[in-house]
Design a protein around this ligand. Structure first.
Ligand code: LLP
Length: 441
């Protein structure tokens, strides 16, 4: 459920016409609805109200400071995967005691930064990382709270690029190995406190079953660990709940909550969740303007001012995003099938293929829906395109929460090489004269 709706012929973000934002701020532009963000966070807290839990919004989905700040104000924790995300979360007002640090490749600087910030827990993904966290904690004369991310070998039935809980994936440690690592750490890595077990099996899951399958494995794993005296307090289930882009019917957080609570009733743990997409995906759209239309002999093209550098999901995963005019056409208008493409010099630069659209004039506005997650965060400057602006709507008001980049931003930090020219030693005049004289002899 989101707050992007038509009032008459105009698409609104809450109470603001999208066309007004586009007119005042230009396009392409990401538009987020604050009310939707709050609603989605609340859907999670209500679903787990009966049990100890921490919702740690996954920063990678949308890391704009205002988005993070909105969640922090609601009481959300955060799931981070880099020092940069930690920096952002703290700047946005996050409570460090509700931050979990995931990811397969944390470096020692990042581990140190997180330890000094007193985060809740490191989700460790390899034996080497376990030792690295212990080493840094020892150096800082402290204890690092850790969970090991186990790889439960469960098929999340999603796009192969975003499934993470299979043996062939780089994530986590296989269950038997992980068990040995806990015992080894308990005995030998004295600067760790083993407080949790973590598991994240993939993203955009549209069924509950894989979550429950993974949970069953994690549950018996926790019981086994406790028998060995490893006192697990936190069970981190990761993120992954899908959203509706097209015809999918993903479970509501309340159905998900019910299934998880049922499985974990007698386990005596604090549950942690790391939702990303389901919190922000449908809370954002990308508005773009039609530059030109072109009829090829095989295809119609609508060339817009947003491109794969702004929203890469269609090109990268073949992902579907609904695209619709911001101002609806008159009833009964002719429709065409067209590819909506950007200005980038790549055939893969499309936002949608074979999309049913009315015949559009140059300057018409289109809304690319469900673009709040993995939209701006995955954008780039490819083709030296300036990254889009971002706007947050709150009722009748809106504010620019990231201004459109300028040309100067494109070269920020770049410099021309400062290689010293190899200077020939100046030849002393007297010596030079001598040489000339010698040659003359
Ligand atoms: N926790 C961990 C450890 C993760 O790796 C992820 C996502 C999440 C939580 C959040 O998952 P979510 O609730 O958003 O499904 N760029 C891709 C998605 C990559 C997801 C990576 N990990 C896309 O655009 O579909």
């Amino acid at each position: 459920m989101d707050y992007f709706n038509f009032k008459g012929k105009n698409l609104y973000a809450e109470d603001v016409p999208v066309s007004r934002i586009a007119k005042e701020c230009g396009t392409p532009i990401y538009i987020y609805s604050l009310k939707t963000l709050r609603r989605h966070y609340k859907a999670y807290t209500e679903s787990f109200a009966g049990v100890p839990n921490i919702i740690c919004y996954s920063v990678k989905a949308n890391s704009n400071l205002s988005v993070l700040n909105a969640f922090a104000k609601e009481g959300s924790g955060f799931d981070i995967v880099s020092g940069g995300e930690l920096f952002r979360a703290l700047k946005a007002g996050a409570d460090p005691s509700k931050i979990v640090f995931s990811g397969v490749g944390k470096n020692e600087d990042e581990i140190e930064y997180a330890l000094k910030s007193s985060i809740l827990m490191f989700n460790v993904e390899s034996p080497g990382e376990l030792k690295a966290v212990n080493r840094v904690a020892r150096r800082l004369k402290t204890k690092a709270p850790v969970a090991i991310r186990i790889n439960p070998n469960v098929d999340p039935k999603t796009h192969p690029y975003i499934s993470t809980g299979l043996k062939k994936n780089k994530f986590g440690i296989e269950t038997n190995e992980a068990f040995k690592e806990y015992l080894y750490a308990k005995k030998s890595l004295k600067n760790l406190s083993l407080i949790g077990v973590d598991c994240h099996i993939g993203s955009q899951l549209t069924e509950i079953e894989p979550f429950v399958d993974a949970l069953k494995k994690v549950k018996s794993f926790i019981k086994k660990l406790r028998k060995e005296g490893v006192n697990i307090k936190y069970l981190d289930m990761g993120g992954g709940l899908g959203i509706r882009y097209d015809e999918e019917t993903p479970p509501h957080p309340s159905d998900y909550g019910e299934a998880i609570i049922k499985e974990t009733k007698a386990l005596d743990v604090t549950l942690i969740f790391e939702p990303g997409r389901s919190m922000v995906g449908n809370a954002g759209i990308l508005a773009t303007k039609v530059l030109y239309t072109k009829q090829g002999s095989k295809k119609n093209f609508v060339i817009v001012d947003a491109a794969m550098n702004d929203l890469t999901r269609p090109s990268l995963y073949g992902a579907y995003h609904a695209i619709e005019p911001v101002i609806s056409p008159a009833a009964g208008s002719e429709t065409i099938l067209a590819d909506v493409v950007g200005p980038i010099c790549e055939t893969g630069d499309f936002l949608g293929q074979n999309i049913s659209l009315p015949v559009l004039k140059e300057g018409a506005l289109l809304a690319v829906k469900s673009a709040g997650a993995y939209g701006f965060t995955m954008s780039s400057n490819y083709n030296s395109r300036r990254r889009a602006a971002e706007v947050m709507v709150d009722g009748k008001e809106f504010s620019v929460i990231r201004k459109r980049e300028e040309f100067e931003d494109l070269i920020n930090g770049e410099a021309l090489p400062r290689i010293k020219k190899s200077v020939k030693k100046p030849v002393k005049k007297a010596a030079a004269k001598k040489t000339t004289a010698k040659r003359a002899q």
